[in-house]
Each structure stands twice: as structure tokens, then as C-alpha cells.
Design a protein. Structure first.
Length: 287
């Protein structure tokens, strides 16, 4: 019985050690997956923080781009409005005005010369004077128109200068629009690359977390089995200790009985040997 208990105990201890070893091995693997997951998540958080800073910087350049784009459009709109004004002003100018004024002035001088050099009747002279009045009024009207034309032309020249200035300013603003747009696009590309990295890190972190869960569940399963085996092992050891205590008690009790009934020391030793042999046969004790 004692040898059987020893064999059962050895087997239980071997199984318990094997389960504990396997549990520890799985826990180590689980920790490695957890550490890898945590490292990946830390890297993801770092890149996210960098991406936030990049977004803020991109927003700054986008705002600047929009500001200068608005100013560019305003300058262009004013320039286009002046171009339309110039077109309308040119449309008001009569063609051949200078030639007509020169012709009318020549006609007036010719009539004046005729009046002074050609003999004529009073009636003929009156007709001539009436014609001169008409020509002089026409000349005066043409000169008024010429003054208006000169004013329009002066305004057109000023408008030309304003148009050029406005479009030069618009060009300067457009250069800034392009500059800030390029900077915003460069940062956007960096953000896109960061987002791809983050997606990859998330996928890898999830894989490591899943592996961690699997290893931890397996480790917990082996831990449960180890605890069950430990409980069984403790029961075997307790049973063994109880049997030893019981065997010793029987020896002690038997010695007391023998001592009580036998007087000589030799008889006492013989009785003790007999009792011990009986216990050995029963497997209560070992030598």
C-alpha cells in the first residue's frame, strides 16, 4: 500500500510540475504578446499626436491660402470691372471727331475770308452770315464733345494704370495662394502616410492582442488543471501522513499492551518485532 501511494504521489507531482511549467511557458508567451501590443499602441499614440500637430499646421496654411485667394479674387474682380468701364467709355467716343473739327474750323475761316474779300449784296451777305453762325455753333458743339472725349481718354489712361496695378496685386496674391497651397498639400501627404502607418499599427496590435488572449486562456486552463492536480497531490500526502500516524499509534499502543502483559525485556522486544512485521505486511510503515 505504501509503495502504491508513493508511486501515485510521484505521478501526481510529475503531472503537477508539468502543468505548472506549461502554464508558466504560456504566461511568458502571453506577456511577450502583451508587451508587443503595448509597444505598437504606444507608437500609434505617438504618430496620432504628430498627426494632430500636422493637422494644425495644415489648417494654418489652408487659412492663409484662403485669405490670399480672397484678396486675389477681389483684385481680379476690380480689374475686370475697370475693363468693362473702359470698354463702355471707348464706346462713347465718336469716330473722326478731330477730323470733323478741323473741317468745320476750315469752313468757318473760308466763310470769313469770303465775307472779307468777295463783293456781295446785303441778302447774299446775310445768307453767308447765317451759314457762318451755323458752322460756328457746330464747331463749338464739336469742341465741347472734344473736351468730353479728352476727359474720357484721361480717365481711360488712369483706368489702364489701375487695371495693371490691380492685376499685378492679384498676381502677387496668387503666388502666395500657390505657395501656401503647396505647403498644405505637402503636410497632407505626411498626414496620409501617418494614417497608413496607424492603420498598420492597429492591425498588428490587434493581432498581438488576439494572440495574447489565446495564450492567456490556455495558461489559465493549465493553471486550473495544475490547481486541481495540486489539490489531488495534497490529498495523497495527507492520506500518507495519516497512515503513518496511524501506524505509529498502533505500534505505540501495542507496545503498551505487551509491556503490560509481559515482564521480561526479551519478550517485550519479540512482541514489538512481531507487531512491526504485521504492520509491514499491511503496508502501514516502511523500513
Amino acid at each position: 500500500m505504501q509503495k502504491k501511494n508513493r508511486s501515485e504521489q510521484d505521478s501526481a507531482e510529475e503531472k503537477y510540475s508539468s502543468l505548472v511549467e506549461k502554464r508558466n511557458e504560456l504566461n511568458t508567451q502571453a506577456r511577450e504578446f502583451a508587451e508587443s501590443r503595448n509597444t505598437l499602441n504606444a507608437e500609434r499614440r505617438r504618430i496620432l499626436d504628430e498627426s494632430k500637430e500636422l493637422r494644425d499646421e495644415r489648417k494654418k496654411y489652408v487659412d492663409l491660402m484662403r485669405k490670399h485667394k480672397k484678396r486675389r479674387n477681389q483684385f481680379q474682380d476690380k480689374g475686370k470691372a475697370l475693363i468693362e468701364k473702359k470698354k463702355k467709355s471707348k464706346g462713347k467716343l465718336p469716330e473722326g471727331l478731330n477730323k470733323e473739327i478741323a473741317t468745320t474750323r476750315a469752313d468757318v475761316k473760308s466763310l470769313e475770308h469770303k465775307q472779307q474779300t468777295v463783293p456781295m449784296t446785303v441778302q447774299e451777305e446775310n445768307i453767308l452770315l447765317d451759314e457762318m453762325k451755323v458752322k460756328m455753333k457746330s464747331l463749338k458743339d464739336l469742341e465741347v464733345v472734344k473736351e468730353e472725349e479728352d476727359a474720357i481718354m484721361d480717365d481711360v489712361k488712369k483706368t489702364d494704370l489701375s487695371i495693371n496695378e490691380l492685376f499685378e496685386l492679384a498676381d502677387e496674391e496668387h503666388k502666395k495662394v500657390v505657395e501656401y497651397s503647396n505647403k498644405a498639400n505637402e503636410i497632407h501627404e505626411k498626414i496620409s502616410t501617418s494614417m497608413k502607418s496607424i492603420s498598420h499599427l492597429i492591425a498588428e496590435a490587434n493581432k498581438n492582442h488576439e494572440a495574447y488572449v489565446v495564450m492567456k486562456e490556455k495558461a489559465d486552463g493549465y493553471h486550473q488543471k495544475a490547481m486541481e492536480m495540486r489539490k489531488k497531490l495534497m490529498a495523497i500526502k495527507n492520506e500518507k501522513r495519516e497512515e503513518v500516524r496511524e501506524g505509529r499509534k498502533q505500534v505505540t499502543d501495542h507496545n503498551k499492551d505487551v509491556k503490560k502483559h509481559l515482564g521480561s525485556e526479551d519478550d517485550l522486544e519479540k512482541a514489538a518485532d512481531d507487531a512491526l512485521q504485521q504492520l509491514l505486511k499491511k503496508g502501514k510503515v516502511e523500513i
